[in-house]
Ligand binder design. Sequence first.
Ligand code: SF4
Length: 238
Amino acid sequence: MGVTFSYTTLPKEELAEVNRQLEQKDTLDVIKWAYDQWGDELIYACSFGAEGMVLIDLISKVKADAKVIFLDTHLHFKETYGLIEEVKQRYPLLRIEMIQPDLSLQEQEKQYGDQLWLHNPDQCCRLRKIIPLQKALTGVKAWMSGLRREQSPTRAHVQFVNLDHKFQSIKVCPLIHWTWEEVWLYIKSFNLPYNPLHDQDYPSIGCEPCTLPVQGKADSRAGRWAHSAKTECGLHSQ
Ligand code: SF4
């Protein structure tokens, strides 16, 4: 696996072979493989959830100055912004960039109406997440995500290395086999910082208007867009 791949030069057969070889490696080796491939042309799009804390810690062991981006919709919980500051203190070499949408909330309200997330969440996610990520991925060859297969049926078939047709990029997902319990075991074992909302029944944390706590053993993403049929922000659909 010594060749550097890109979205346009990775045929399907070769992608399957890469994934077959990576299946025999542990998570840290998958991350090492990815940075060997792309170096600074690989960015980690972190949402600073529980998986994000694990991935940031593992990435920092491989490439202490890795590029990490956060899609700052201006609608996140104050606890999430607080956590990002904590992470910056703990991993000072990481290059964490807050990616901004083109429109301020006031401009969005003027153009699309009040509380767009209530009457057209797809449009809101497009403006505040998808277009900003598209711009952030311009000029880089691959991005990393903390998706896990057990998170939802829509994520059950994610591979370590994926052709991302939506963003015409390669998406690397080193945590596909991790369970929720393993994520928390790692966080607690290494005393990692995490969003305090996780201790208040928020397993999955996104923008404040679209995230509710989840009671009992419901699907961990059941609190996301609970006011609509939406289940994903669109970053991971093809
Ligand atoms: S998660 Fe909600 S508030 Fe955030 S961008 Fe999407 S629709 Fe808008």
